[in-house]
Design a protein around this ligand. Structure first.
Ligand code: MTE
Length: 337
């Protein structure tokens, strides 16, 4: 992945996110030591969402999403004392190589992606395989807002208010067989709407594939997202359905998913296939294991510029150790990066 990191000497922590997007400590209930707060009812109800995320461009939500939104559990998980990244940055600084390799390419090119109708195939080691229209696929799930840190392997980070549902709820629906050990996710392959897939120079052997161990997928923090900032996902962020695993580098969070397979063997994932010495299957955020070409000890929190690079220390498991460290007990994280 392309990478640019400001010199450490440039760094001065500063928080330039507008006040309106700041979630204050007072709004959070029941915080744990790791800064993950599981809250009860929201202070602001669904009608206030537009006010809370005042700078958000309105989308054109499909009916199933609009119907579900009012019963969303807002701020079901939050990040304490860290500003939410402005919507503009979260939607104009993206990695979605199907639409180009520059950070602005997905916003510029993803408009042509048709997300309605959309279907999702569930197959492999499950009792209930099938191909579902997205609106049917989504029927069983209660939406929750999950405000998570997102840490890219390229050493930039954001705080994003996702809307989604736990993967554990999906697994309960599809009933993995005893042979299922991993879950594999596949992005849409559609060169007509995805210029990156038409390019003769692409490194990636499409479709983009990611995977998790089954116990990782069962962790309550692992979600399938269908929205962000109180609205449906913009195309460049992986509409209409993407993965979000906040303790792992962002490349695990595969976008625009069309196929979910329960499998017995560890799936071959996209970045691991391109450069296994740089990008591992686990890809847990770990400040003590550097990328071969750069440090992972620090990150640039967006928005970030030359004069306020907004550099901060990277936290083990991206700050979610209390919730996920037990998944890796006894594993050598230098080998299993
Ligand atoms: N999914 C697909 N299909 N294609 C991609 O290129 N990039 C990954 C991940 N999911 C990618 C993808 C990377 S490297 C990151 S950091 C995140 O998406 C970025 O998500 P964001 O653009 O919503 O911030």
């Amino acid at each position: 992945m392309l990478f640019k990191f400001p010199k450490a000497s440039d760094s001065k922590e500063s928080d330039i996110t507008p006040e309106s997007l700041y979630i204050s400590r007072r709004q959070l209930l029941g915080a744990t030591a790791a800064g993950v707060a599981l809250s009860g009812l929201p202070r602001w109800a669904s009608a206030d969402v537009a006010g809370q995320y005042a700078e958000v461009e309105p989308g054109r939500a499909p009916a199933w999403f609009a119907d579900k939104l009012p019963s969303t559990r807002w701020q079901a998980v939050t990040v304490q004392g860290e500003a939410i990244t402005p919507f503009k940055d979260a939607t104009h600084y993206n990695n979605f190589y199907e639409f180009g390799t520059d950070k602005g390419d997905p916003a510029a090119n993803a408009g042509a992606l048709k997300t309605e109708p959309w279907s999702v195939v569930v197959d492999g080691e499950v009792e209930k395989p099938g191909r579902y229209a997205l609106e049917d696929f989504m029927k069983p799930y209660q939406l929750e807002e999950r405000i998570y840190r997102l840490r890219c392997v390229e050493a930039w980070s954001m705080v994003i208010p996702w809307i989604g549902f736990p993967i554990s709820a999906l697994l309960k629906q599809v009933e993995p067989t005893s042979k299922a050990k991993y879950i594999r996710f596949e992005t849409l392959q559609d060169p007509k709407s995805m210029p990156g897939q038409r390019s003769g120079f692409a490194l990636i052997d499409w479709p983009y594939v990611e995977g998790l161990r089954l116990d990782e997928a069962m962790n309550p923090l692992a979600i399938m997202a269908v929205g962000m900032y109180g609205r449906e996902l913009p195309n460049q962020n992986g509409a209409p359905l993407r993965l979000v695993v906040p303790w792992k580098y962002g490349f695990k969070s595969v976008k625009s998913i069309v196929r979910i397979s329960l499998v017995s063997e560890q799936p071959k994932t996209t970045w691991q296939s391109i450069a296994a010495n740089e990008y591992g299957f686990y890809a847990n955020v770990n400040p003590t294991v550097d990328h071969p070409r750069w440090t992972q000890a620090r990150e640039r929190r967006l928005p970030s510029g030359l004069f306020s690079p907004n550099v901060r220390e990277t936290q083990m498991f991206n700050g979610y150790s209390d919730e996920v460290a037990a998944l890796y007990s006894g594993m050598d994280l230098r080998k299993n990066y």
